[in-house]
Design a protein around this ligand. Structure first.
Ligand SMILES: [Zn+2]
Length: 244
């Protein structure tokens, strides 16, 4: 599914799989956001890549929104091919150690650890492709869901797409045609409620014009992101604000 010009959902909700993987087609090569976590995710991704005529294009980088198994479980597959795997600096150790921090027991199999994931931090910028067609990407610290959870804000062809990981989920449409918002999983061993709330506040106050929010599970959001982030912050205040 194409979510913006040259940006595709490769696997996830749209082909019946749990977590979403996205790909950005740049002049330099393909950039992946998250990887999925079973070999059959890779098969599903291959099919979608060839559907869009991208199967022979080189994958040049993998960016992980966080270290959880369902987003990072296939990352080793890319590292083994010499492709750099980027992750928020505070989630880096989790990729190297596996275990509880990647939710190994919940997913019921061993996480194949990474040798040398590349840490990224808040505000760090990347650019891919030629001068006129450059795709820009900025890292935004959105910790809380995990210690090192990050979002990636991508500028491509005049549109801004925010890859958000598991901070929240969007589903619908309900019979009333209203979207249903849900705060992402709050059970990680390194979950931090105060940090999570601060991340929701940050989005609500960011004032950025964002065209598409690409979430780690379920649907992709098009619409008024300022209104969305305000609703989410209110929901976060009601449901996850640390109790005195
Ligand atoms: Zn997660």
């Amino acid at each position: 599914m194409q979510i913006a010009n040259g940006i595709y959902q490769l696997s996830g909700h749209m082909n019946g799989l749990n977590s979403n993987t996205f790909v950005i087609d740049t002049e330099e090569g393909l950039v992946l956001i998250d990887t999925g976590y079973r070999p059959y995710y890779l098969d599903a991704q291959k099919k979608v890549l060839s559907f869009w005529g991208l199967e022979n294009k080189k994958i040049i980088a993998v960016f992980l929104t966080h270290a959880h198994f369902d987003h990072a479980g296939n990352a080793h597959f890319y590292e083994e091919q010499g492709i750099p795997v980027y992750v928020g600096e505070k989630d880096r150790d989790a990729l190297k150690s596996g275990g509880d921090r990647v939710m190994e027991s919940i997913f019921g199999s061993r996480f194949t650890t990474l040798k040398n994931p590349v840490p990224v931090k808040d505000g760090q910028e990347f650019a891919f492709g030629g001068e006129t067609s450059a795709v820009k990407m900025k890292v935004i610290d959105l910790s809380g869901h995990t210690a090192g959870a990050v979002g990636f804000l991508v500028d491509k062809d005049g549109k801004r797409i925010l890859f958000i990981g598991d901070m929240f989920m969007i589903s619908g449409a309900s019979p009333s045609d209203e979207m249903e918002l849900e705060i992402g999983y709050t059970g990680s061993v390194d979950y931090d409620a105060a940090a999570n709330l601060a991340s929701f506040k940050k989005l609500a106050e960011c004032g950025m014009d964002i065209d598409v929010v690409a979430v780690g599970h379920r649907g992709v959001f098009y619409g008024d992101c300022k209104e969305l982030f305000e609703k989410l912050y209110n929901l976060a205040l009601e449901t996850i604000a640390p109790q005195e």
